[in-house]
Ligand binder design. Structure first.
Ligand code: GUE
Length: 285
């Protein structure tokens, strides 16, 4: 394979390195404990996309040498029943981490399922206690997608201290925790969203722009200055093709670094989840 343009933040390549580190961690864990860390994935949906993602995640975890079981539930499950299910999974000594796959069924609140988790088994760091630890700047586990971006930034030796970071999107699983991670690394952070005015005024002044909106072409070439670093969290399907939230073709010639989709954040996301699982399993008896 030929090398890509030298401004690509190559998640696929970095994933290879991190994968090797995790494999030796898992081997060491198994040698000392006699079992492997075990993830429970709660899938409260029958949507083909969601089921496929869960299946792939399970295969991927098992290939890495980790336990992973998908708990398929009906999308008509009530909030009360889903929370009870999560609590019972968390109380099992054989389960070291629990992930609740998004999206949630109608009528189920994010806060209720996050609170149903045991913070010590919360593999994505979504329980208010873990989110609080992140906000304080002393996290235990960090949501996997923003952690993937921070890992990529670190890996390329990009120093964010004092930089203007603009985050477009304020979800609890991506935008908000990513903003906290950048704050922890001493960036000046602006978080923009659907009610924000003059987004371009912010992005034109940004050293780093991260986009987590879920809409193609949210960031266009006229919105950034030359030398910008672009992080694209988007996962969108357009005519069966996976694209991010950034107009990659037009923005990448201006960027000093940019994450492609696919091949940027995505390949690191599952690795961060696995890393969190091992971390949690190590703290359990
Ligand atoms: N609680 C929760 N946490 C999640 O992290 C979560 C979720 N729910 N629900 C579903 C989405 C989807 N998701 C992806 C992870 C990796 C790739 C990935 O590896 N993408 C590859 C491409 C894969 C391909 O081409 O099919 C890439 O970007 O290069 C994609 C999507 C995590 N999700």
């Amino acid at each position: 394979m030929v090398n890509g343009p030298d401004n690509i933040l190559d998640g696929k390549a970095v994933a290879k390195t991190i994968r090797q580190q995790l494999e030796s961690q898992i081997q060491a864990f198994q040698t000392s404990r006699g079992y492997v860390p075990n993830l429970a994935v709660v899938l409260p949906s029958e949507e083909p996309d969601a089921c496929l993602y869960a299946q792939n995640l399970q295969k991927w975890f098992q290939k890495l040498g980790l336990g992973c079981f998908v708990h398929q539930l009906s999308s008509s499950i009530t909030q009360e029943d889903l929370c009870a299910y999560i609590r019972s999974l968390c109380s099992s000594a054989d389960v070291h981490g629990v992930m609740i796959q998004m999206p949630l069924p109608d009528g189920v609140s994010y806060l209720s399922v996050a609170e149903a988790l045991d913070p010590m088994k919360d593999v994505e760091g979504i329980h208010p206690y873990n989110f609080g630890l992140l906000s304080i700047g002393n996290p235990q586990v960090v949501p996997s997608t923003p952690m993937a971006a921070a890992t990529l930034i670190d890996h390329y030796g990009i120093d964010v201290s004092g930089k203007n970071v603009v985050v477009i999107g304020r979800s609890n699983v991506v935008g908000k925790p990513f903003a906290q991670l950048m704050l922890m690394k001493h960036a000046s952070v602006s978080v923009l969203h659907s009610r924000s005015k003059s987004i371009r005024d912010y992005t034109l002044n940004a050293d780093i722009v991260a986009v987590a909106v879920g809409r193609p072409n949210t960031l266009t070439a006229d919105m950034v200055r030359e030398g910008v670093i672009v992080i694209d969290f988007g996962i969108n399907f357009v005519n069966d093709r996976l694209v991010g939230d950034v107009d990659f073709e037009a923005v990448s010639p201006l960027a000093s670094f940019i994450t492609p989709v696919p091949g940027g954040i995505g390949p690191l996301t599952n690795l961060m989840l696995a890393s969190n699982l091992i971390k949690l399993a190590l703290t359990q008896p």
